[in-house]
Design a binder for this molecule. Structure first.
Ligand SMILES: Cc1cc2nc3c(=O)[nH]c(=O)nc-3n(C[C@H](O)[C@H](O)[C@H](O)COP(=O)(O)OP(=O)(O)OC[C@H]3O[C@@H](n4cnc5c(N)ncnc54)[C@H](O)[C@@H]3O)c2cc1C
Length: 509
């Protein structure tokens, strides 16, 4: 029986280390397909920047595959409908893809495709491509499995395919044809070649001061890897990054460089650790992980505060600079993302779901498993993490001591003296006139008073944590999702560290 294979590209827009492609190279006839799905375009977390980035990567991938004889169709439509139509021209009997741990709409679509495959007698094989384990019974031993997958040899890249003949290859659509507005962001270049170049420059020199660079929004721009969008869209595999990093560590003698790259290597595991949470509990995209925190913020959503936060007009310069920078570039370093969310959750008392949707649309690297886990973690709704309340003024002093980042993104404050730059409302009237920045006219007055807002947030959250049942729930969450890194049973570890929550411990500052 001849075998006809369809490779379904999802978030794996690359040629190298690609198991579905390698399997398709053995078929008697093969084609590739990428779907631009209406559910994706309409999803509240989606954005035209995501689509533009995928299209740029697809353009390169399509040419690389064509040179090897594999046609890559790019179709707009709902998965089962497109597959059904395609079968009339190309009666594929095998569907090959990578596993996907994505937003709710992609989970629902995968279930519909699985049912369609069963009805049509198409064999769908899904290959893992990260450290995420499907149907994981327990977190025990997860790190070992991650290591084994990452250390396995990369999948060889096929040189040639027996491509299916006569398939219609339309031009790639542009944003306007898809009914999407221009995104207006300055994005990093998409595709396998820019991804490889970014990895190479990071390991060769940019990453040598990684641990000292990543907290500052200015220094992390260069000193962080900037690989996140490539990992999200699969323009690099996690295994490629892991193995290149291990090789770079082995090739260097300087202890500081080795330490820096080891710190980076650890974060690659975090990537999968967080994605695993969503894989194991898809509801965390929508519902508080700790149900004890249900109702705490939901009924008090203040839209005006939310809109000021989205616009970068809270009156807190470090928050506003981060938001404006993110909106312009699609990227922000970890600490500043955490600060933005902490500000929304504690200062503004906003439930995480709407801020999370807004940020997902802004982050070019939106990865549902990391994103929603982090949104909940930084908002205090996981029940197991220390509450981290960031002071924007302290973040500015520590990570933008010269005020360059704030002045770049909040030009209204360009002439405010450095000692007052992080808290411009402290300027007296004469200082405001001299700086050409009258608070409340040229730049907003602070949206909330920090000390009172944080005291209230802390009181309410700790009151919930003290409620009967909250501890048992936290233990269950820890057992299901917690890291087992130290080898101690994780619940024991948590109890030893924070038997009673201390108000001091929450000031991450
Ligand atoms: C509220 C919030 C939302 C976030 N949403 C996303 C998201 O949607 N997609 C995303 O890739 N990252 C997300 N992160 C994690 C982190 O901020 C980004 O991975 C990082 O800023 C990307 O820049 P980089 O590639 O230069 O990172 P590097 O510091 O160079 O890290 C290398 C890689 O390790 C992984 N990584 C780094 N930090 C983390 C972390 N804390 N948790 C999990 N993985 C990590 C990422 O894959 C990253 O690309 C979020 C963090 C917060 C606080």
């Amino acid at each position: 029986m001849p075998c006809r294979s369809l490779v379904w590209f999802k978030r794996d827009l690359r040629l190298r280390d690609h198991a579905p492609l390698a399997a398709a190279a053995r078929a008697d006839a093969a084609a590739g397909i990428y779907l631009i799905e209406p559910d994706w375009l309409a999803s509240p977390e989606g954005s035209s920047a995501h689509v533009a980035f995928a299209l740029e990567g697809l353009d390169q991938l399509r040419r690389a595959l064509a040179a090897r004889g594999l046609p890559l169709l790019v179709e707009v439509g709902e998965a089962c409908h497109v597959f059904e139509r395609l079968r009339a021209r190309f009666p594929f009997d095998e569907l090959l893809s990578h596993e996907e741990t994505g937003s709710g709409w992609s989970f629902r679509r995968d279930r519909a495709v699985a049912a369609w495959c069963r009805r049509r007698g198409v064999a769908w094989t899904e290959f893992p491509q990260t450290g995420v384990v499907r149907r994981l019974p327990s977190r025990d031993g997860w790190a070992r499995r991650w290591q084994a997958r990452m250390d396995a040899p990369p999948v060889p890249t096929p040189e040639a395919f027996r491509g299916a003949a006569g398939l219609p290859l339309h031009d790639l659509p542009d944003l306007a044809r898809l009914g999407l507005a221009p995104h207006g962001k300055q994005l990093q270049g998409a595709g396998e070649a820019p991804a490889q170049a970014t990895l190479a420059s990071f390991l060769a020199h940019r990453g040598h001061d990684y641990l000292k660079s990543i907290s500052s929004p200015l220094r992390a721009e260069r000193g962080g890897s900037r690989l996140s969008p490539y990992l999200t869209f699969g323009m690099l595999s996690m295994r490629q990054v892991h193995q290149a990093t291990v090789a770079a560590i082995g090739a260097r003698e300087e202890i500081t460089v080795r330490r820096a790259l080891r710190g980076f290597a650890g974060r690659l595991r975090w990537h999968c650790h967080f994605m695993q949470k969503l894989e194991s509990q898809p509801s965390l995209e929508f519902r508080n992980l700790a149900r004890a925190t249900d109702g705490l913020r939901e009924g008090e959503f203040d839209r005006e505060r939310f809109e000021a936060w989205c616009a970068g007009a809270t009156g807190y310069p470090m928050v506003d600079a981060c938001m404006r920078s993110l909106r312009a570039t699609g990227w922000l370093n970890f600490r500043m993302r955490a600060m933005l969310v902490s500000f929304a959750a504690y200062h503004l008392w906003l439930h995480w779901r709407e801020p999370g949707l807004f940020l997902a649309g802004q982050f070019l690297d939106y990865e549902a498993g990391i994103h929603w886990s982090q949104m909940q973690m930084q908002s205090g709704t996981t029940g197991i993490n220390t509450l981290r309340m960031y002071s924007p003024a302290k973040q500015a002093r520590d990570h933008d001591p010269g005020g360059h980042f704030i002045r770049r993104w909040v030009p209204e404050l360009a002439r405010v003296p450095l000692p007052l730059l992080a808290e411009p409302w402290r300027m007296d009237a004469a200082q405001q006139r001299a700086a050409g920045c009258v608070i409340g006219r040229d730049y907003p007055a602070p949206l909330v008073e920090e000390k009172a807002a944080l005291a209230r947030a802390r009181d309410r959250l700790y009151a919930v944590r003290r409620e009967p049942g909250a501890r048992a729930e936290a233990d269950a969450i820890q057992g299901r999702h917690g890291s087992r890194r130290s080898g101690l049973p994780s619940t024991t570890r948590r109890r030893r560290r924070s038997a009673t929550p201390s108000p001091q411990s929450d000031l991450f500052k």
